[in-house]
Design a binder for this molecule. Sequence first.
Ligand code: NAP
Length: 480
Amino acid sequence: MTASLGLYGLGVMGSALALNILEKGFPLHVANRTAAKVPPFLEVAGPLAAKATGHDGLAAMAAAMTPPRAIILMVDAGPAVDAAIEALLPHLEAGDTIVDCGNADFHDTRRRSAEIEARGLTYLGVGVSGGEEGARHGPAIMAGGRPEAWAHLAPVFEAIAATYEGQPCAALMGPDGAGHFVKTVHNGIEYADMQLIAEVYGLLRHGQDKSPAEIGALFGRWDGGRLKSYLVEITAAVLSAVDPATGLPVVDVILDQAGQKGTGRWTVVEALALGQSASTIEAAVGARGWSAEKTTREVGERILGTERKPVELSEAELEGALLAGRIVAYAQGFRILQAASESYGWALDQARVAETWRAGCIIRSALLGDIAAAFRGEMPEGQLILAPAFAADLRASLPSLRRVVAAAALGGHPVPALSAALAFADTFAQGRGTTDLVQGQRDYFGRHGFVRLDTGAVHQHGPWADAPVDKVADPDPRLS
Ligand code: NAP
């Protein structure tokens, strides 16, 4: 690495990433909008501060750095990134690189890449996953940008990244917004996995009257099997924790309203924009939205009077349901990646994406190695759920998912993500669905036309010639 390296933004993630970079032996310039946070950072860095140079602001940092410069931005996504870029540009020159390591919307990254590269600079949009702990000791890193820019900074990113069997979990995913898009979809899958886990917890807690400690122990056991993952591991820890102030299980003193910062929603919006439906992820994003309506739920409990009934489900059935739901959540995430890759010409390597997620990131799990292998092997229609290993998993686990969703529905327990996963798997298990009727309805009211099964003829209409017409027929009924 010949560039001098700077990092702007010493918040939770920026500080942790800076310490990680310093620990790996790279000299680092640091600055923060609130300059008063720089000296405390250097103090916390202790001996690592020997390789750090603090500055009063972004301009001062850029001026002090020797070209070619590489400046990492670790600030809030959105206007803060544009403001930092604007402040930086007068102090940079051709050959310098700006690296946005925040959770940017990939559309912004595409725009910034084009604007910045038109000025002779280079731009990398880099998704960093693993929270504060990951940033400090080894995150998963998903980069987007030009290969030469990545090659230049890869030694730093590969040194600070998590490793899996000696391989760094850091890779160039594709051009411009590809890295931030992969990070966005990662977060979407994370939402889905967390919601699936929470729904299984709900069935055990409210449908089987088990204590958080008992359920935590069960998740701990599941973490030794096919469900092995960071999220199952921390679920066991969270459920086993006791609140020191009250002696109650910690989960019982937490308000049931989940926050969100946008990446889950972006995944769903982009999925729909690409003609996909990431229904399990969407269910999870929606569930967080509903959770915010605490008062409405409390009033609803009184007015609707739905009684939550016990559910008779074995641990094996719940484990199988969670496995099936998780496979579908991953599969839907990879479908969005494929659709985006085709739409934006990214040529994403899905196997490499899966490998990058095997360590350091929040959705790391035992399934990811198998997913990478599946993408390198036989995969009918390019669909993860149809790859031999995952099709076998689903054939074994879908009966459990079906029983769990059915029992939950009859018992009055909402399981939106598990239900969505089941509907997805059932839809793709049927060659003939019900949109023949939808096409008939569309032709009836809008003369949209349909394709005849017997002759293959397009632009066909039904025998409802006198039906009202509110729309001129679309040129190709399959596209409308
Ligand atoms: P944070 O602790 O709140 O720190 C935010 C940083 O952004 C601070 O350095 C802040 O400077 C700076 N900032 C905010 N607005 C600014 C502006 N208008 N101009 C210049 N600097 C500004 O946030 P964080 O958790 O480190 O998150 C940073 C980025 O990492 C975000 O994009 C986030 O989505 C992403 N991320 C976070 C996590 C996580 O687990 N926390 C994981 C992956 C990615 P001041 O000190 O002056 O306020």
